[in-house]
Design a binder for this molecule. Structure first.
Ligand code: FES
Ligand code: FES
Length: 152
């Protein structure tokens, strides 16, 4: 099928099979390798990207489901974004494999809820981290909230 994609504010025109998972279009066709493959079953969140600001697990999302949404990958998050700043300041990643998905989940959370409660953070930040960096991720979400409220 012919695909017209807006990814990180750039337009791409492609021709791919309708059942191709969005992940492989992003990685193989667009060469944006910050989005990771892990479980391939929609369970871990390593492949998280944003569609119109909402998280989606791109390994399990066929491109035929797209409806002209704007797609954001980790490459579309500037280093001065409050979430990126917080992650950087707190040195969150261990191996780093899950982190692009974690960061995009935090971006989506704060866009929808400027001051999430601990329970709301826990519910939204449901990506897996094999390194167990959950305490650092929680601290970084809290710092992101603070930085965002100060207009960082
Ligand atoms: S690789 Fe997509 S959810 Fe795990
Ligand atoms: S930092 Fe290693 S899997 Fe999360």
């Amino acid at each position: 099928m012919k695909l017209s994609l807006n990814v990180n504010d750039q337009q791409y025109n492609l021709d791919v099979d309708a059942d191709t998972p969005l992940l492989w279009v992003i990685r193989d066709h667009l060469k944006l390798n910050g989005t990771k493959f892990s479980c391939g079953n929609g369970l871990c969140g390593a492949c998280t990207v944003l569609l119109d600001g909402k998280t989606v697990r791109s390994c399990s999302y066929p491109v035929s489901n797209l409806k002209n949404q704007k797609i954001t990958t980790i490459e579309g998050i500037d280093s001065d974004h409050p979430v990126a700043q917080a992650w950087n300041q707190l040195d969150v990643p261990q191996c780093g494999y899950c982190q692009s998905g974690q960061i995009l989940s935090a971006v989506a959370l704060l866009d929808q809820n400027a001051n999430p409660s601990d329970a709301e953070v826990k519910k939204a930040m449901n990506n897996l981290c094999r390194c167990g960096s959950y305490p650092e991720i929680k601290k970084a979400v809290d710092l992101s909230t603070e930085l965002k409220s100060k207009g960082a």
